[in-house]
Write a protein of this length. Structure first.
Length: 539
């Protein structure tokens, strides 16, 4: 459902911000009602400006206490999450693993608590996560407040059924799968094997203010997806609305790239499900019913054989979301034409890659333009595509050395997640593989020069917005430039990035204004926000 102008704003129109083009803003920004931090903004004086250095990501896994934390499972298994499970505002790490189809061994799932000093400690047993996921073949993870109590819960794609881990607010979890009517249908054991997966994502698809669950799998009784509507405030349970909603996958292949994302800027969440070794589907949300828009969006023309992961950002500052899809081969970069259609600009932009899995858009050098990180298979280097900052997207390829693999096994780089785990203003990267090797934490040590950064955490109370920040759009204005990102739960490849929006401000001392817009029409706007901070926004 498209977002209309709130009634109060229709009667008393607020001053509009500059015309940034595109459709990034779902409604006019009410600058008259905005709070004022009174901090300096505007550009750094020209005689003091210093550019950023080369993007530098350093493997700090051992120093961070993660040297003995392994991941592994089925060739399409393993998911990771950067998410704050204990409410201390530091991103913890969840690793969802399973059974190796190479050795038959089980790799336990883990929870690593962020100590806030650059290191992590294993709390898998004490948190209850290890017991809940013991013996389950894990594939993916998404994080969000599913029951509206203000605490992060985890939804894990697993065999034979998915699991809902309800957070207690103290860093511990209980298995609430059965009591809340989650988990979905059991897998068909005959379909479980090499190259299969279950990928989950959370989003408020029906605009009723709470988070719903989608899980796409090739191991259900028939390959497909299920959608659970959140009815906890009505009947205390989730309701299976798969058939009524219109959710589906392409009939061939194995669903891998799954994400709720508002591609057409009408303030509701559309659903991307692209299949490895099969077809692709883009489902447009029309008032809570999903319709196939794949052909209408021009996506039939995109040449891709093995989609693995997906993420979205406005790479060219034209006011709409563009998408990058990893692939065993050419990774399509899909530029949004602003009319509901896309064009593949991969080769012109220089973002092809070779064997992509987990991925994401992040501004690693804080110049105000979204870069791309993509993990590659086996011992091929991880890739960073630095956005050169052009109206037509152009990127520079940088290689990051791949961590060691185990005994020459195939090391599918399935999982990637992002967070500023040490609160230094730079976005860091977490990766995990399927071969039983350790997870890898890359600390961003890029010299930023005088580039400013801003990390926006959307944190309303459950009474205000039960979905917390998920589904909200964060917009940041500096001079004549508008940047925006949506807060999402479940993307990359079967993984969860920290529930905040991290943006570079380039040569600006701060933002003219920061706005958070919810599809419900609610908005919070703060003016004159200084760079270099972690800004918590709540109504």
């Amino acid at each position: 459902m498209a977002l209309g102008m709130p009634a109060a704003m229709a009667c008393n129109p607020a001053p509009l911000p500059p015309d940034f083009g595109g459709t990034a803003l779902w409604a006019p920004i009410d600058l008259d009602a905005a709070s004022d931090r009174g901090e300096p903004s505007g550009p750094v004086p020209s005689d003091a400006q210093a550019p950023a250095g080369p993007i530098t990501l350093r493997d700090v896994s051992v120093a961070a206490g993660l040297g003995d934390v392994s991941s592994g499972g089925n060739t399409h298994g393993v998911g990771v999450a950067f998410t704050d499970v204990d409410g201390d505002d530091w991103a913890d790490i969840v690793v969802v693993s399973g059974r190796s189809n190479v050795t038959g061994a089980w790799v336990p799932s883990r929870l690593l608590r962020n100590r806030g000093d650059g290191t992590f400690i294993d709390v898998s047993e004490a948190s209850g996560l290890a017991a809940i996921l013991e013996g389950r073949d894990g594939y993916s993870v998404a994080a969000g407040d599913l029951d509206g109590d203000g605490v992060i819960d985890l939804y894990v794609g697993a065999q034979p059924t998915d699991r809902l881990l309800r957070g207690r607010g103290d860093g511990t979890f209980e298995d609430a799968t059965a009591v809340l009517g989650a988990g979905g249908p059991a897998s068909d054991a005959a379909l479980v094997g090499d190259g299969k997966s279950k990928v989950v994502s959370l989003g408020d698809y029906d605009d009723d203010g709470d988070l719903d669950i989608v899980s796409a799998s090739s191991t259900l009784p028939a390959p497909g997806a299920y959608l659970l509507r959140n009815d906890l405030d009505q009947n205390g349970s989730f309701t299976d609305v798969t058939e009524a909603s219109g959710v589906r996958i392409h009939p061939t292949g194995n669903p891998c790239a799954v994400m709720w994302s508002d591609y057409d800027a009408d303030a509701d969440r559309d659903l991307w499900i692209w299949n490895d070794r099969g077809g692709k589907v883009l489902l447009r949300n029309d008032g809570g019913t999903l319709h196939d828009a794949t052909s209408a969006a021009g996506l039939d023309e995109v040449q891709i054989g093995n989609p693995m992961g997906i993420d979205a950002a406005d790479i060219d500052h034209d006011g709409d979301l563009d998408y990058y899809v990893s692939n065993i081969g050419n990774n399509p970069l899909l530029r949004n034409n602003g009319d509901g259609t896309f064009v593949d600009v991969t080769r012109l932009a220089g973002t092809e890659g070779q064997y992509g899995w987990g991925l994401g858009f992040e501004d690693f050098d804080a110049d105000g333009w979204a870069d791309i990180f993509v993990a590659q298979e086996d011992d091929r280097p991880e890739l960073v595509f630095r956005n050169r900052g052009a109206e037509f997207p152009a990127f520079e390829e940088l290689a990051v050395p791949h961590p060691p693999i185990v005994d020459g096994r195939a090391a599918h780089n399935v999982a990637v997640a992002f967070a500023d785990y040490d609160h230094d203003g730079r976005t860091d990267v977490l990766t995990a593989r399927t071969d039983g090797s350790r997870i890898t934490l890359y600390r961003n040590e890029t010299e930023l020069g005088t580039h400013g950064t801003l990390d926006v955490v959307v944190a309303p109370s459950p009474e205000d917005e039960p979905t917390a920040g998920i589904g909200a759009r964060v917009a940041v204005a500096t001079g004549e430039l508008l940047q925006f990102r949506d807060v999402t739960a479940g993307s990359s490849r079967a993984s969860q990035t920290e529930l905040s929006v991290r943006l570079g401000l380039g040569q600006y001392l701060g933002a003219d204004w920061v706005a958070v817009l919810w599809p419900s029409g609610r908005q919070v706007v703060v003016r004159n926000v200084a760079a270099g901070q972690r800004l918590h926004v709540s109504p």
